[in-house]
Design a protein around this ligand. Structure first.
Ligand code: ZN
Length: 140
């Protein structure tokens, strides 16, 4: 005697659950769609960044050489003031905030710096050239 009532209740509940579920599903779908769009755009952006980061460009070389000349100028100055070059580029950077703002790496790789009394050699690890005191291995 109760069975038909129970079945009817179950059917009603299922129907109402389906109705609600249906609208939920559609909103989830549209959210998933926009999320996919965002991740696609992010992937494209990442790929672009990776390309510009990869490989050394002429611009890297110019920036690097200008930077090495700046460092060389500071090293020459300190050398003439103190009679000898700082032992490391990190030491140079502790001497003045202006020095500390200089890059002592090229594309993330530290410059090779060899002090020798009042003389020094500064070499780019990425083949952009070297500076021996005021002598650069390149011509602008
Ligand atoms: Zn370099």
């Amino acid at each position: 005697m109760w069975k038909p009532m129970l079945v009817a209740c179950c059917v009603l509940m299922l129907l109402s659950a389906c109705g609600g579920g249906g609208s939920d599903t559609s909103s989830e779908t549209s959210e998933a769609g926009s999320a996919a769009d965002v991740s696609d755009a992010a992937e494209v952006e990442d790929a672009g960044t990776a390309v510009s980061d990869g490989g050394f460009s002429v611009e890297d070389e110019m920036v690097c050489r200008a930077n090495m000349e700046g460092l060389a100028m500071f090293l020459m100055h300190e050398s003439s003031m103190m009679g000898s070059c700082p032992e490391t580029l990190a030491d140079l950077q502790t001497l003045s905030p202006a020095y500390a703002s200089m890059e002592i790496v090229c594309c993330g790789v530290p410059y090779e710096y060899e002090p020798d009394g009042a003389d020094f050699t500064l070499t780019c690890p990425n083949g952009h050239g070297n500076v021996v005191n005021e002598e650069t291995s390149w011509q602008w």
